[in-house]
Design a protein. Structure first.
Length: 94
């Protein structure tokens, strides 16, 4: 049986690897919904079953990223870097 902690660890791994991916929040939300639906229908499922059906977090992330264009990824990376820089500058000046 998959515990809430194991489920959160799986989803958080995917979330962390998708940090520069546009639509990350929706992708993670959809993944969590799918996982919870699967586990609701299969309460005795183990993490091995989850990995077999959904793949490792790295595999899941790779599938999402490979469906995107390089321009989308680069544009979002620049946006995230600008936001982080502004956050650091703001924190230093306060």
């Amino acid at each position: 049986m998959v515990t809430k902690m194991e489920l959160n660890a799986y989803v958080n791994s995917v979330k962390k690897m998708l940090q520069y991916v546009p639509g990350r929040r929706q992708t993670v939300k959809d993944l969590r919904h799918e996982l919870e639906g699967y586990l609701g229908q299969n309460p005795e499922a183990t993490m091995e079953d989850v990995y077999r059906l959904f793949g490792a977090p790295e595999t899941m992330t790779g599938q999402v990223i490979s469906a995107m264009s390089q321009d989308e990824i680069e544009k979002n990376m620049k946006r995230v870097k600008i936001i982080r820089t502004l956050a650091v500058v703001t924190a230093v000046t306060v």
